[in-house]
Ligand binder design. Structure first.
Ligand code: ATR
Length: 385
């Protein structure tokens, strides 16, 4: 009733309403222009302070780059930003660019000083590859270090013409993922001895047209696992016999573990076991009392099949260390069940970040900004839900 009366008192005037909205738009744009000017002023004030810091550092004989301090800044900002409208991935980009500018101010010209040239191209090649977190992680690292790199995710059905493309287009580096990690070996000019032993390459470096293959998965797994548990002298069970499993078996064996590979299909696992001098058993025979550490290295449980698990929960026991190299989702069904069974769990995030950090260092020759890479991946995972 009241609504009807009100409508009668103030008849709609579309032209007047539009004029009001346009006025409001102009006001809001003035606010944005004022805020932009203020942000720009603050950016420059921050750079003035950075320049002064650079002078003090020079007098003290300290290096311009302080990755620990940079990581602290990002952590603090991510904390301050919690619950805000600004998504963390943009926060990382804005402040990474600001820090790159600050380094330039501090050292004169970091691109010249660090020997950086024109932008370099990088990509992850796989099939499927659309959900890869590598672009988010590496682009954050490029932004944070000021290295002029551009990293994309490119679906590659056939690896041979893809690597010819890498060569022809002058890509500086590539990440290789499912299902090409083994097939890529025959497309390269040089294979690092470790990668050859593992039988899988996840990293390609293009050095003046010479394609070199490396495997950083093993190092990623060992570093992530090693943060939580001593590997030497332990009995490690690796589930799977693909490229990731080979890297896990190789890496942990080299650390001094006694490794057994458990796989669904016998010939593949037998070949792996023979090449890496580890034991093999069918997956049905996995007995948790025979292992201290279990590393799951198959795609089972990876989204969109997050409801699946490679192992019945009755094969888990308290105290068993269970690492899942699947990181989408981060908390896989295997890890959730392992946690419920009293296992120590290690998710795939650290492994992913460590293997990526090593890739970054191979491509750029500069220390990887680990915390920023981790933050970029964490925030992207959170944004994806
Ligand atoms: P990647 O190189 O990334 O490790 P891969 O070479 O395709 O991938 O290897 C996948 C591994 O996961 C294989 O060991 C595969 O077992 P098979 O050798 O029996 O094929 C294992 N795998 C894949 N799907 C599986 C499933 N549903 N159950 C058990 N193992 C599975």
């Amino acid at each position: 009733m009241a609504k009807t009366v009100k409508e009668k008192e103030t008849p709609a005037d579309p032209a007047a309403e539009r004029a009001d909205e346009e006025k409001r738009l102009a006001e809001l744009r003035r606010v944005i222009d004022r805020l932009d000017a203020e942000i720009l002023r603050l950016f420059n004030e921050r750079l003035e302070a950075a320049r002064a810091v650079g002078e003090v550092k020079r007098r003290l004989g300290l290096p311009v780059r302080d990755t620990r301090r940079e990581a602290e800044i990002f952590r603090r900002l991510a904390g301050l930003n919690r619950g805000s409208l600004l998504a963390d991935r943009y926060l990382v980009q804005v402040f990474a660019a600001l820090m790159a500018a600050a380094r330039e101010v501090q050292s004169g010209s970091p691109h010249a000083a660090d020997g950086f040239g024109t932008p370099s191209l990088f990509a992850v090649f796989g099939n499927p590859v659309v959900h890869s977190l590598s672009p988010v992680m590496h682009n954050a690292a490029f932004a944070a270090t000021g290295f002029p790199g551009i990293y994309a995710a490119i679906r590659a059905a056939d690896i041979r013409p893809t690597m010819a493309g890498v060569r022809a287009l002058g890509f500086r580096g590539a990440s290789i993922t499912i299902p090409h990690k083994e097939a890529v070996l025959s497309c390269l000019d040089y294979i690092d001895p470790q990668a050859r032993r593992i039988g899988a390459v996840n990293t390609v470096l293009n050095e003046a047209g010479v394609l070199k293959g490396y495997n950083t998965d093993g190092e990623g797994i060992v570093r992530a696992l090693g943060e939580r548990v001593e590997i030497a002298g332990k009995r490690v069970a690796v589930l799977g016999a693909g490229g990731a499993a080979r890297a896990a078996a190789f890496g942990t064996r080299r650390e001094g573990a006694a490794v057994t590979v458990y796989n669904r299909t016998r010939p593949k696992a037998e070949a792996l076991a023979a090449a890496l001098e580890v034991s093999f058993r069918p997956i049905e025979e996995f007995d948790p009392s025979d292992a201290d550490i279990l590393i799951h290295a198959t795609p089972v449980g990876m989204s969109p099949n997050a409801g699946e698990t490679p192992l019945c929960r009755d094969r888990l026991r308290p105290g068993l260390v269970v690492m899942d190299i699947v990181y989408t989702p981060l908390r896989t069904r295997l890890l959730a069940e392992a946690e419920a069974a009293g296992c120590v769990t290690v998710d795939g995030l650290s492994m992913f970040v460590y293997q990526g950090a090593r890739q970054f260092e191979l491509w750029t020759g500069i220390e990887a900004p680990l915390d920023i890479m981790r933050l970029a991946v964490e925030t992207e995972l959170a944004a994806r839900g």
